[in-house]
Design a protein around this ligand. Sequence first.
Ligand SMILES: CC(C)(COP(=O)(O)OP(=O)(O)OC[C@H]1O[C@@H](n2cnc3c(N)ncnc32)[C@H](O)[C@@H]1OP(=O)(O)O)[C@@H](O)C(=O)NCCC(=O)NCCS
Length: 198
Amino acid sequence: MSDPPNKPAVTLVSGDRLPTLDAARVRLRWLTLADASDVFEVFRDPDTMRYWSSLPMQRREQASALIEQIHACFANQSLYQWGVERRSDGRVIGTVTLASLDVSNRRADIGFALARDTWGSGYMSEAASAVLSFGFDTLGLERVEADVDPRNAASLVLLERLGFVREGLLRERWRVGTEVADSAMLGLLRREWRPPAP
Ligand SMILES: CC(C)(COP(=O)(O)OP(=O)(O)OC[C@H]1O[C@@H](n2cnc3c(N)ncnc32)[C@H](O)[C@@H]1OP(=O)(O)O)[C@@H](O)C(=O)NCCC(=O)NCCS
């Protein structure tokens, strides 16, 4: 049966904040200014920011400003950014983002970052899976894209394990500090999405 003409293509989040998404060892939740120190620890690290679209943070106030920006972008429905809270200790160890929400084309971009000392434990596999399931099943997205530096091996391994397909290479797409970087473009379609077994 085809959709009625007035049905929105994508169901955006209503209310004043993002819903909490639960995974086995992490929960994805709304960030508040009380999380600024944890967020600063993530985005100040040169290793974590090596292939990011901006330079490492220098001051804690930049983390507060980021959280305020996340709230403003949620209010205008342009970007959803969850904090990744580790259940065992309540620490916010990273974030996962759905950006460039495009309602009429039913797509968004995914982005993620974790604190350096928490890499390699599979936390982001869990966190990104929870956001992808939410994006496809609840929001009704048909496509999620990722823009990754081709040298960013950990991100590429993670995305391809989640089912993303490399679709192209865009040259000299980013200028961060003194560096110019290409973008590997990856895409995952709703019909290809298979949530990993718990
Ligand atoms: C990308 C990132 C979130 C991955 O987090 P994570 O919790 O360590 O991810 P996972 O453990 O679930 O999976 C990472 C995979 O990459 C692999 N990997 C890590 N470094 C690698 C490298 N240099 N070369 C090849 N594979 C690598 C890991 O072995 C793991 O695969 P495995 O589970 O099969 O062993 C983390 O590395 C990070 O925050 N990077 C900096 C931010 C960033 O670049 N974000 C992406 C921008 S698009």
